[in-house]
Design a protein around this ligand. Structure first.
Ligand SMILES: Nc1ncnc2c1ncn2[C@@H]1O[C@H](COP(=O)(O)OP(=O)(O)OP(=O)(O)O)[C@@H](O)[C@H]1O
Ligand SMILES: [Mg+2]
Length: 307
């Protein structure tokens, strides 16, 4: 593996003013973010902050309500397979593998954007596919060695432990020869050793000249790995900077702890709701149960994205 010695950083990804509304809900609000060549950039933020939605806007799964996204100076087309073809690959928060196909076959499918043969030819093993297969197979095996999965090439994807399924998703994404890799919670469900290994894998990917944008909740992982970190809160980019800057920013800490702070997105509404709740509980008899015993518990976690 060779380390890239980039002298002039090129802007690989440039997202400007990206806004995504779902009806009355603004999941992402006017977010600007760039990723330069040779960089690993982290995207953090509490559950429901809009991180995955932002990824979906970058990768053509959603067409942003406002804003534009360019990759190496060209506007990205609003279709996932065209985005992959342009050079942007991704993994998903909820693993998406062909579970009844082998590990190798999953990577071969990821390769289809780079071969003349289409997805169906790859799946149906037509004559054109057979010709291209030897070369693709060699590249796929290289990627399986790179991700540490070569020994499991013939295993069914569904039989892999969870951590290895995440690695397989990365191998499949790399099969499209991307210039930018987007990882949505790559270490979710991993044990500490697997997380360390994932860190090394992402450094190695960066060293191959692929820029990385990674969403994670594991802060130790993010701060070890990233050159730059941006924090989204309620759809807005609250802070961006070096790991040291973001780590030391009290607004980031407050956002994770759920403590409102002056000027925070949505802080006014939170304050209003809390004041109304305080007033209601002050005027209610101490031991009275609500009528019908209905629970007043609010769920704090948003629904997961299932595009
Ligand atoms: N397709 C959709 N339709 C309506 N609302 C959506 C849709 N996708 C996401 N949302 C909402 O947008 C907000 C942001 O969700 P998103 O999944 O992007 O958050 P996240 O930062 O990735 O959270 P987590 O850390 O839990 O994965 C949430 O309120 C979510 O319910
Ligand atoms: Mg998410």
């Amino acid at each position: 593996m060779t380390t890239t010695t980039t002298t002039t950083a090129e802007t690989v990804l440039d997202a400007g003013g990206v806004t995504m509304r779902f009806g009355g809900l603004t999941a992402v609000r006017s977010v600007d973010l760039t990723v330069n060549s040779g960089e690993i950039v982290g995207l953090i933020g509490p559950n429901g902050a809009g991180k995955t939605t932002f990824f979906n806007c970058l990768t053509g799964l959603y067409i942003p309500t406002e804003g534009r996204v360019t990759y190496k100076g060209t506007v990205l087309p609003p279709k996932p397979h065209l985005v992959t073809q342009a050079g942007v690959a991704r993994t998903f928060q909820n693993i998406r593998l062909f579970s009844n196909m082998t590990v190798l076959e999953n990577v071969l499918v990821g390769r289809h954007t780079r071969t003349k043969e289409g997805l169906w030819s790859a799946l149906l093993r037509g004559p054109g596919f057979k010709r291209a297969e030897a070369e693709s197979r060699e590249r796929a095996m290289e990627l399986l060695s790179f991700t540490g999965l070569a020994a499991k090439a013939d295993h069914l994807a569904r039989n892999l432990p969870y951590g290895e399924q995440r690695k397989l998703e990365i191998a499949r994404a790399l099969a499209s020869d991307p210039g930018l890799l987007l990882l949505d919670e790559p270490t979710a469900g991993m044990n500490p050793q697997e997380t360390r290994a994932a860190e090394d894998l992402i450094f190695a990917i960066r060293d191959q000249g692929i820029a990385v944008l990674v969403i994670e909740h594991d802060m130790r992982f993010i701060f070890n790995l990233c050159d730059r970190v941006a924090c989204l809160v309620q759809g807005e980019k609250l802070v961006e900077g070096s790991p040291e800057v973001v780590q030391g920013d009290e607004r980031v800490v407050a956002a994770y702890l759920g403590t409102p702070f002056e000027g925070a997105p949505g802080a006014e509404e939170v304050a209003e709701v809390e004041a109304a709740e305080a007033e209601a509980s002050a005027s209610a008899p101490a031991d009275a149960a609500p009528d019908g015993g209905e629970s007043t518990t609010r769920t704090t976690g948003p629904e997961k994205e299932t595009p």
